[in-house]
Write a protein of this length. Structure first.
Length: 295
């Protein structure tokens, strides 16, 4: 049973960790995207349609492409058009809710969900922890690579300059808006991978509420990490554990005295506690959320 809980935790941390690492890359460059919930939902839906039509690998790639495209549009609005990043992110979430609900009505034969055939779902390995998608391994390795990239490479230094001192970066010949655009696209592709994972490699279906607040929990993991990808992995494991605890108890311990619905509240309670405890201690880039205007 303990191995099953570990397996549930690893599966549950994937979309949170991938999305959080992508958001760390974007915020390092100065872009704050609150629309992660919408990106997860739209990429999950697009990935499901792509996997059903063209196979699971193509479904994953389509989900990543949708996430990258949404983030590209977000970055254009918030850099070149000087839009408000908070408003743009909220708009992504609202559009996703309406579009996916419409898409489910249009493409699904069952109300409220779009099932993916077993042959169109990504393969999973048989392990002592249960069935595991290879994307779990990617989610475990990626934060270490992202940490190395941000801390040890010239490109990582350029990202930091764009978010911390965009004026100085501009004087040094760096195209600040292009750097932010690139960071947003990479971050969106990772969030898209997390969304496609949920539909194509984990649940095997899409519903309008399947993101379940994971985008907002990923934002909490970013705050918890202080823009450190490795700590974001720990945050993803923490939130993934509490996100999976209710499912684990409901599945393997029938008749448990605490209602499963109460246990399902735990990740959101933990999110509030983490954010309230860490928000004042985290140092974000000075230009985060502010469009760069050349003087």
């Amino acid at each position: 049973m303990i191995l099953a809980l570990i397996g549930f935790t690893l599966s549950g941390m994937v979309p949170i960790t991938l999305t959080a690492v992508g958001e760390i890359i974007g915020e390092t460059a100065g872009l704050f995207n609150i629309g992660l919930e919408g990106i997860l939902l739209l990429s999950a839906f697009a990935g499901a349609l792509g996997a059903t039509a063209y196979g699971p690998l193509m479904g994953i790639l389509i989900g990543m492409g949708v996430g990258a495209l949404i983030s590209l549009l977000f970055a254009i609005v918030c850099t070149y058009w000087k839009g408000t990043q908070m408003v743009a992110g909220i708009g992504i979430n609202l559009i996703a809710l309406g579009f996916v609900e419409f898409g489910l009505i249009r493409f699904s034969s069952s109300a409220g969900s779009f099932p993916i055939p077993d042959s169109s779902q990504l393969f999973r390995w048989i392990t002592p922890l249960g069935l595991m998608s290879p994307i779990v391994l990617i989610a475990l390795i990626l934060p270490f690579f992202a940490y190395w990239f941000l801390k040890r490479t010239r490109a990582g230094l350029i990202l930091k300059a764009a978010g911390e001192k965009p004026e100085a970066a501009d004087v040094a010949g760096i195209n600040v808006n292009l750097v932010r655009l690139t960071a947003a696209v990479v971050g969106g592709a990772l969030a898209g991978l997390g969304g496609a994972y949920m539909s194509v490699a984990w649940f095997g279906f899409v519903s309008k509420g399947m993101s379940g607040g994971r985008g907002f929990i990923a934002l909490a993991a970013v705050v918890f990490s202080g823009l450190n990808p490795i700590l974001a992995l720990l945050g993803g494991l923490l939130f993934g554990f509490f996100r999976s605890l209710g499912l684990w108890i409901d599945t393997l311990i029938p008749g448990f005295p605490i209602p499963a619905e109460f246990l399902q509240m735990l990740p959101y309670v933990v999110t509030l506690l983490v954010v309230s405890g860490a928000i004042g201690r985290v140092r974000f880039p000075k230009a985060l959320g502010a469009p760069y205007k050349r003087e």
